[in-house]
Design a protein around this ligand. Structure first.
Ligand code: PRP
Ligand code: URA
Length: 214
C-alpha cells in the first residue's frame, strides 16, 4: 500500500476497518455482504470526518442531578453521493447524522477514455452554508471526484470533505492538487492503477458489486 503525506489526507485504518475492507475486497463476497460492508465502512469514515463538529452546552437533568452536557451545535450537513456507487455509503452516514440533507451528482466513467460524463446534479437548498460530505467508494483517476468537487465549488460550497473507501496514489494526488482546501478520507491508498484505470489490488467495480449488475 502507498503512503502519501499530506495533512488534508486521513487514512482511516482502525483494525475493524482493515478487517471489513479485507472481506470487501474478496471476489467471493456476496452482493448482500458487500452492500452491508460498504454501509459499515461509511460509518467509520463519517465518524472520523465529523470529528471536529462544533458542540454547545445544554442543561441535562439526570436521575441524580442537573449537569451541563454537550450536544452538536446544529451544524448543517449535506451528504453528496456520486451516483451510482456513492449511494451505497449514504445510509451509513445518515445513521450518524439523521438530519443531513442528501444531494446527488451523477457521473459515469467512459470505458475507453476513463473520463467522467456528468448526467445529473441536484443539490439541497442553502448548500453553500453546509458541510458537504462527498461519498464515493472508489477514487481511481480522480476524474469523477474532481468533477463532483467542481459542482460544489460552483454552488459556493466552502467546506468539502470527500470520503472514499479505496483510493490510489494517482487519484489522491489529482484531488489534492485540484483543490487546495478539500479534505480527503479513505480506508486505503492502494498500489496503482492498471491500464484500464482500475485500482490494484482494489476490489473491482464497486457499483457492479453493490448492485449485482455483473
Ligand atoms: C466508479 C466509482 C467512481 C469512479 C472512480 O464509478 O464509483 O465514481 O468510477 O473513477 P475515477 O476516479 O477514475 O473517476 P463509475 O463511473 O464506474 O459509475 P457507477 O458508480 O455508476 O458504476
Ligand atoms: N471504479 C471502480 O469501481 N473500481 C475501480 O477500480 C476504478 C474505478
Amino acid at each position: 500500500m502507498a503512503t502519501i503525506s499530506d495533512p488534508r489526507l486521513v487514512v482511516v485504518d482502525h483494525p475493524l476497518v482493515q478487517h471489513k475492507l479485507s472481506i470487501l475486497r474478496d471476489k467471493d463476497t456476496s452482493t448482500k455482504d458487500f452492500r452491508q460492508l460498504v454501509t459499515e465502512l461509511a460509518i467509520f469514515e463519517g465518524y472520523e470526518a465529523l470529528r471536529d463538529l462544533p458542540l454547545e452546552d445544554v442543561q441535562v437533568e439526570t436521575p441524580l442531578e442537573v449537569m451541563t452536557a454537550k450536544r452538536v451545535a446544529g451544524k448543517k450537513i449535506a451528504i453528496i453521493p456520486v451516483l451510482r456507487a456513492g449511494l451505497g455509503m449514504v445510509d451509513g452516514i445518515l445513521s450518524l447524522v439523521p438530519t443531513a440533507r442528501v444531494g446527488h451528482v451523477g457521473l459515469e466513467r467512459d470505458h475507453e477514455t476513463h473520463l467522467p460524463r456528468a448526467y445529473y446534479c441536484k443539490l439541497p437548498p442553502a448548500v453553500d452554508e453546509r458541510t458537504c460530505l462527498v461519498v464515493d467508494p472508489m477514487l481511481a483517476t480522480g476524474g469523477s471526484l474532481t468533477a463532483a468537487i467542481q459542482f460544489l465549488r460552483d454552488a459556493g460550497v466552502r467546506d468539502i470533505r470527500c470520503l472514499t473507501i479505496v483510493s490510489c496514489p494517482e487519484g489522491v494526488r489529482a484531488v489534492l492538487d485540484f483543490d487546495p482546501d478539500v479534505r480527503l478520507y479513505t480506508c486505503s491508498v492502494d498500489r496503482e492503477l492498471n491500464d484500464d484505470a482500475y485500482i490494484l489490488p482494489g476490489l473491482g467495480d464497486a457499483g457492479d458489486r453493490i448492485y449485482g449488475t455483473k
